[in-house]
Design a protein around this ligand. Structure first.
Ligand code: CMP
Length: 139
């Protein structure tokens, strides 16, 4: 059974014109791009997306960064997509990410870390629904 996950190419990566290379790595990694949109999030939209992190000390800085420029938001499909996309991204902190991962290669810092991915099926469902209508995902 295939699975869907929500991926974001974050404003740091889009701003440095890395989106094309990251999209190539997504396709080379065996993911199907089921939906894709470029969006410059408002601060409130970023806060809603990261609501689970609202008590964290980095919440204000994170939501300022995520609303600082356009991002590319995707729904990816693959077998075990959630785990496999997280493996391709690497650890949140690029200093701890394995060689060959997107964050090791492209991230600037633990916050400006190039990409986002859902961490579990329930968060994937929330995050996909936050940006895309169900009707957009019907083949
Ligand atoms: P992401 O996978 O999108 O999930 C939450 C984000 O918060 C994370 O990537 C980073 O961009 C950011 N983040 C996580 N931990 C920290 C931290 N310790 N300091 C700053 N930003 C962080």
């Amino acid at each position: 059974m295939t699975e869907l996950t929500l991926a974001i190419i974050k404003p740091d990566a889009v701003g440095r014109r890395l989106a094309g290379r990251i999209l190539q790595r997504i396709e080379d990694g065996g993911f199907h791009i089921r939906a894709m949109r470029r969006a410059h999030l408002s601060r409130r939209q970023a806060e809603g997306f990261y609501a689970v992190h609202r008590e964290r000390p980095f919440f204000a800085s994170l939501t300022a960064f995520m609303s600082s420029g356009p991002a590319i938001i995707l729904v990816l499909e693959a077998e075990d997509a959630i785990k496999r996309w997280r493996a391709l991204m690497g650890a949140t902190d690029p200093a701890k990410a394995e060689p060959g991962t997107l964050r090791r290669e492209f991230a600037e810092s633990i916050e400006r870390n190039a990409t986002h991915g859902s961490d579990a099926p329930d968060t994937a469902a929330y995050e996909i629904g936050y940006f895309f209508a169900g009707v957009e995902l019907v083949e």
